[in-house]
Design a protein around this ligand. Structure first.
Ligand code: NDP
Ligand code: 8X3
Length: 257
């Protein structure tokens, strides 16, 4: 296992779920963390916990990844000792609604596209040139099985994750000849705030998504992210698809009665 002690890891969407779990795993492994999200208080709580538990150094950025001018101005002005990012975890993302496309809310579509696709692109465009210049680095995109298999009502969310899949594959081509690595991690059902956000805060509807089965946890995903990041420098894990044992596809899950 390659060490990531003192490496700089930038994680988007670190205020909750998979991003927050990645922050814990990388902190425990000795990394320095740049944590990005819109909810600064959440990041502050997380940073304080990581400082106490592991002595982790953090830089907190309150940022909407879909806000291109702010992403560009913030990430181009990182303090000197934080600028050489070693690992970028493009995790910020969300789903909104589960409506048929012809009944969907345009506002929901825009939020998903702005965050999951444009946000990922803006952050990558700001961070990746430094990696290429230094000839070291690793971009880890959090995709989804939704990018591999469409499901009813998934329409725009599935399309955004299919875009992430395609961007990861294209980046593998673009980065050929450099030492920079690119990975996509594509989970099935993970119990986080994801479904609450999808259903606009309807907790009962969100809980039903995970009823009668054991979903993946945010920690299960962070474990795989850290595994991919700590392979020897010549090893690139292109894509990892993982789902709960009780899930067979986006539309098939086995639920206890
Ligand atoms: P959560 O809702 O728990 O976390 C989402 C994170 O993304 C939050 O930290 C949120 O922070 C951040 N975020 C959302 N929009 C923005 C934005 N515009 N700018 C910056 N940060 C933003 O969900 P998950 O942890 O489950 O989701 C993480 C990723 O995993 C997403 O890309 C999701 O699509 C993907 N995924 C999730 C699966 C699941 O079943 N849960 C399965 C497969 C993939 P804040 O609101 O503070 O900005
Ligand atoms: C999240 C998994 O199947 O709800 O990306 O779209 S799914």
């Amino acid at each position: 296992m390659a060490s990531i002690q003192n490496q700089i890891v930038l994680i988007t969407g670190a205020s909750s779920g998979i991003g927050a779990a990645c922050a814990h795993f990388f902190a425990e492994a000795g990394a320095r963390l740049i944590l990005v999200a819109r909810r600064l208080e959440r990041l502050e709580e997380l940073a304080a916990a990581l400082k106490t538990q592991f002595g982790t150094e953090t830089l907190l950025l309150q940022l909407d990844v879909g806000d291109r001018p702010r992403v560009e101005s913030t990430l181009s002005a990182l303090p000197k000792d934080w600028a050489a990012v070693d690992i970028l975890v493009n995790n910020a993302g969300l789903s909104r609604g589960l409506d048929k496309l012809h009944e969907g809310q345009v506002q929901d579509w825009e939020e998903m596209i702005d965050t999951n696709v444009k946000g990922l692109l803006y952050v990558t465009r700001a961070i990746l040139p430094g990696m290429v210049q230094r000839d070291r680095g690793h971009v880890i995109n959090i995709g989804s099985i939704a990018g591999h298999q469409p499901y009813p009502g998934g329409n725009v969310y599935c399309a955004t994750k299919a875009a992430v899949k395609s961007l990861t594959e294209c980046l593998k081509l673009d980065l050929l000849g450099t030492a920079v690595r690119i990975t996509s991690i594509d989970p099935g059902m993970v119990e986080t705030e994801f479904s609450e956000v999808r259903f606009h805060g309807d907790g009962d509807r969100a809980r039903k998504v995970y009823q009668g089965l054991t979903p993946l946890t945010a920690e299960d995903i962070a474990d795989v992210v850290l595994y991919c990041a700590t392979r020897p420098a010549h090893v690139n894990i292109n894509d990892v698809i993982l789902m709960p044992v009780a899930q067979a596809s986006t539309t098939m899950a086995h639920r206890r009665p």
